[in-house]
Design a protein around this ligand. Structure first.
Ligand SMILES: [Fe+2]
Length: 275
């Protein structure tokens, strides 16, 4: 675990660069425009996945110098595992699609990049506005559990309580959301390298701003050259993921609970949370 101490100005959190170099470059540029320095930027993991430029995306993140939580994709590549460890059911369409990108990425990530990924922390804690946050990849006990808005609230609360924090920020599941659970928060910053299955072609990131007496959590669109990423992803052979970049819809919704599956293609409603 990494402990970053206390912040007095905006923290930026994003997830899932997913080998999407265009989106990751756009995120870096947006952070610079917002004046947010690297020590206040956290990526929730999965730098490498569905798109065409795994090595270049890792190098960009390393050169940028931000904090990164290890995702299942980093864990799998760092330790040369046979698959991405996404937790997809065998023979599901997610699993079939994942084989293609994982084999593509596994051929393009070098030993130095794997060594760097193996040293990433599995959680990052920080304080802002008097609130203690723990950033993880998926859930407290698993690097590949899918936690969605409709996932059991009492289980979220138990994990926040077991972590001994006020708020958990997770990633992995690809859909941004924020929930107040009793007097705690469960947050997901969203991802930048794939759409949120909401019909939009943009990615999402999250800002945490201290306010008088607390903080504000807000979600923001990241627009980028999705047409270029679509083209390179299709050319690299990940045709379904390339199409997803151009359509704003995931190639498969096997992993989605019924509630989130029903919301496919609908714009997300993400009002800020004041805590
Ligand atoms: Fe993941």
């Amino acid at each position: 675990m990494a402990e970053l101490g206390e912040f007095s100005t905006t923290v930026l959190v994003f997830g899932g660069p997913y080998s999407n170099l265009e989106a990751t470059s756009a995120m870096r540029a947006r952070a610079a425009d917002l004046g947010i320095t690297t020590e206040r930027i956290i990526c929730t993991g999965d730098i490498v996945a569905y798109c065409a430029e795994p090595g270049e995306t890792i190098d960009l993140i390393r050169d940028w110098g931000i904090h990164v939580v290890m995702g299942n994709c980093e864990e799998a590549l760092a330790f040369s595992e046979p698959d991405c460890g996404c937790g997809f059911e065998t023979d599901s369409s997610c699993s079939t699609l994942a084989i293609t990108w994982y084999e593509y990425a596994n051929r393009r990530v070098d030993a130095t990049q794997r060594a760097w990924m193996s040293g990433l922390p599995r959680s990052i804690e920080f304080v802002i506005g008097g609130v203690l946050f723990k950033t993880i990849h998926a859930s407290l006990t698993s690097i590949n559990e899918f936690v969605f808005p409709s996932s059991d609230a009492s289980r979220k609360l138990t994990q926040i309580s077991e972590a001994g924090v006020d708020a958990i920020i997770g990633g992995h599941s690809g859909i941004p959301f924020g929930q107040r659970v009793d007097n705690s928060l469960w947050l997901n910053a969203g991802v930048i390298g794939m759409p949120a299955n909401d019909g939009g072609k943009h990615g999402w990131y999250m800002l945490i701003d201290p306010t008088e007496g607390g903080l504000e959590v807000s979600w923001h669109r990241l627009d980028y050259d999705h047409a270029a990423s679509r083209q390179s992803t299709i050319a690299a052979g990940m045709v379904e993921y390339g199409r997803a970049l151009g359509e704003g819809l995931w190639p498969s919704i096997d992993i989605l609970p019924e509630t989130e599956a029903r919301q496919s293609g609908q714009p997300l409603n993400l009002p800020p949370i004041h805590f």
